[in-house]
Write a protein that binds this ligand. Sequence first.
Ligand code: PEP
Ligand code: MG
Length: 556
Amino acid sequence: MPDATAQLTGTPVVSGIAYGPVIWPGARPEFVPSSVELVDAERAREVDRFSAAAADVAAKLRARASASTGVAAEVLSATAGLAEDRGWLSAAGKLINSGSPAADAAVAATKQFADLFTKLGGLMAERVTDLNDVRDRVLAVLLGSPEPGVPVPDSPSVLFADDLAPADTAGLDPTLVIALVTRLGGPTSHTAIIARQLGIPCIVAVDDLASVATGTPVLIDGTDGTIDVEPPPDAARAAAATWQKEADLVAAWAGPGRTADGLDIAVLANVADGPSARAASSKPVAGIGLFRTELAFLDRATAPTVDEQAASYREVFDAFGDRKVVIRTLDAGSDKPMKFVTSPQEANPALGVRGNRIATAQPELRETQLDAIAAAAAGSGADVWVMAPMIATVAEAAEFAARARERGLTAGVMIEVPAAALLASAILAEVDFVSIGTNDLTQYTMAADRMSAELATLTDPWQPAVLSLVSTVAAAGRAVGKPVGVCGEAAADPLLACVLVGMGVTSLSSAPVAAAAVGARLGQVTMASCEAAARAALATTDPASARAAAAQALAG
Ligand code: PEP
Ligand code: MG
């Protein structure tokens, strides 16, 4: 990132880097409250004038909705709905009938609803901007002012605003408006939704935005949430161009996972149930690397039957045709308590009876689940592998593999506990494959709760101690030619993915949305450079140095 003369920061909501001059939306209509009270004879005509203005605004928004597609169309229709809302229209009508001029009534009626939405909080509170936008549009009609909104720039520009209403943002041309930055708004505001749909970087909740005037060149980093004001132009242009090149490669990536020199690496998806599997199947992934079976049954008071489970698993297998699906037996306990699994009172559930350990006290749970998995696999074309979570010893791995193989299933275990990573060779002798759960492996290696925001620097999978354990497991797999996957969120980080591959990891599975970025990055690097990146990262003693060393090794 180039040196900047000044930097503002906000909440990053859509990643990406853009460089261009600032534009601000046109002024909202000036409203001056009136001291006039309408006489009786004027009131009916004023109600008509107000209703016609609201109808005009709704019709214009509906017309723009039908000229748009996707989220933009939905957002515009929803805003048109606000202009047609009976509650709002009748609140304004009542005010006019008690003497308020139409403009005053529009402002007061909107305030009533905005206060209510604000009190309700959350998503409702974020709709206040939309209400105010409808009010301003109606005011503009009533006062004869120009329609408020975003000017169409003549060169690619960065749109700054206090907040953006859907009618401002829907229909924006992403080749001309290349980033959005607002003073207000949250990650679920319409600004964020539209920016995601347009695929342009977006930052919200930026203080001091008003200090940046129209025309000022800015560099937006939607990953970090930073806005560099008047940065050195050449470096800023280069940063934006590099990002664009990367984004084009990611957008174009259609699989399969393969390094630039032709080594196949399976890029897979993590799923929770049939709907998430069907959604993932449209991404360019080679299959499922982690099907978290507990997530579909978290609310159940009683254990699902074999048939119920088989039907649920079959939905996931069928979504992937003949591709690979790695299904995991229940990982109940700790952060995923399940009502039908008896959990002892534990002072420290993350270190307690969770995952595969439950099979000791309640063996029937795992038996019925393996029966259901085998039944679902038998009727499906998918290449089904099964693995157990939270394995700590070689004996546990051997016992699980025996239960799975009795049913003709390919058997593996997760490596999430440092003890299992250290004995990976012995564990691999007992199973067909292993999959490293870096989320828990990091938690247990660093003795840091994965849910704690305060400990985020410790629960970083780039911690060299974690990398060292992953490398031990990958080397053990390489030595015997058995697959070693990574299915924690570490597999979603394109740079770390290269390091993992360099260590000998054979598949990477994470949230499906991450697949294209990981796959595109792998396609640009050779196995030799991944190995160099792995060696470089392993030689460091802190996460920042590990990242920097890996990036440098890949670039060189
Ligand atoms: C992990 O621990 O990395 C993992 C993939 O399992 P979960 O996140 O479900 O605990
Ligand atoms: Mg885990």
